[in-house]
Ligand binder design. Structure first.
Ligand code: ATP
Length: 230
C-alpha cells in the first residue's frame, strides 16, 4: 500500500547571517492510513518545520514530499494548494476559532469555504461534533467552551474536508493532564475511524504511549521511528 504521505531526504535551510541554518537535515518519513505517529524533540529541533513541509505549506530546499505517491514538488503551486485543501487537515496549537460563531457554524464555515452546500455541510458538521464528544455543545461560542472543548472543535473542523492526512501541532500545550490525555485518545480514535494518516507533534512524551509509532528530532535530524508495542 502506498503511504498517504512520504518525505524523502527533505532538507530545509533558512538564511542565518552570512550562512544558513538547517531546520531539517535529510529527513525521511512515511505516514500510513489508519496509523498515528508522535513526533517529539526539544525546542528548535525542527518539529514545526517538518509539519510545515509535510503540509506542503513550505517547499523543502532539497528532497521530496509525496502525497499518496504524487510528487508535490513537481506540481504547479495551484495544484499543490488544491491537494492540500482536499487531502491534508491541519490542527494548529491555537484553535483560532471565530469568537462570534457557534461550534456548528465554525465547521459549517469550513464546509462553505470548500464549496459544500449548507444542508450537507450542516449534517456533516453535526456528525463530526458528535464524534468528537460535543453533541450537547453545538450551539456554544468559543468563550462558552472549555479549552479541551475548543480543541475538539478545532479537530472536528480539520476533518470537515475529509483529509487523508492529519497534521497536529502541540494540541495539548494549554491543557491539564486529564484533558490532554483525552485529546490524544480522541486523535487515536479519529485516526482509526476515518482511516487517517496522523502525525502528532507533542512536548508531552507521556502521551506517546497511545500512538502507534514514535519519532524524535534533534538538530533537524530525525531518529528512525520506533513502533510502540501496546
Ligand atoms: N522562519 C524562519 N527563519 C529562520 N529560522 C527559522 C525559521 N523557522 C525556524 N527557524 C529555525 O529552524 C530551527 C528549527 O525550528 P522549528 O521551529 O522547526 O523547531 P521546533 O522543534 O518546532 O521548536 P519549538 O518546539 O520551539 O516550536 C530553529 O533553529 C529555528 O530557529
Amino acid at each position: 500500500m502506498i503511504p498517504a504521505l512520504t518525505l524523502i531526504d527533505t532538507t530545509l535551510e533558512y538564511p542565518d547571517g552570512s550562512g544558513s541554518i538547517k531546520a531539517l537535515d535529510c529527513v525521511s518519513l512515511s505516514l500510513r492510513a489508519g496509523r498515528i505517529m508522535s513526533l517529539t524533540g526539544p525546542s528548535g529541533s525542527g518539529k514545526s518545520s517538518l509539519l510545515a513541509v509535510a503540509a506542503t505549506l513550505v517547499r523543502p530546499t532539497a528532497g521530496r514530499v509525496l502525497f499518496q505517491g504524487i510528487d508535490t514538488g513537481a506540481l504547479p503551486a495551484s495544484e499543490t494548494a488544491a491537494l492540500r485543501r482536499e487531502g491534508i487537515g491541519i490542527v494548529f496549537q491555537q484553535p483560532n476559532l471565530l469568537p462570534s460563531l457557534t461550534a456548528l457554524e465554525q465547521l459549517q464555515l469550513a464546509g462553505h469555504i470548500r464549496g459544500e452546500a449548507p444542508p450537507k455541510s450542516a449534517a456533516r458538521a453535526r456528525d463530526l461534533l458528535d464524534r468528537v464528544g460535543l453533541v450537547g455543545s453545538t450551539g456554544r461560542r468559543p468563550h462558552e467552551l472549555s479549552g479541551g472543548q475548543r480543541q475538539r472543535v478545532n479537530i472536528a473542523r480539520a476533518l470537515m474536508g475529509r483529509p487523508r492526512v492529519l497534521l497536529v501541532d502541540e494540541p495539548t500545550a494549554a491543557l491539564d493532564h486529564e484533558r490532554s490525555e483525552a485529546i490524544v485518545r480522541l486523535l487515536v480514535q479519529v485516526t482509526r475511524e476515518y482511516n487517517l494518516a496522523t502525525l502528532l507533534v507533542t512536548h508531552d512524551t507521556e502521551y506517546v504511549q497511545f500512538t502507534d509509532a514514535e519519532a524524535s528530532m534533534r538538530d533537524g535530524r530525525l531518529a528512525a521511528p520506533q513502533s510502540i508495542a501496546r
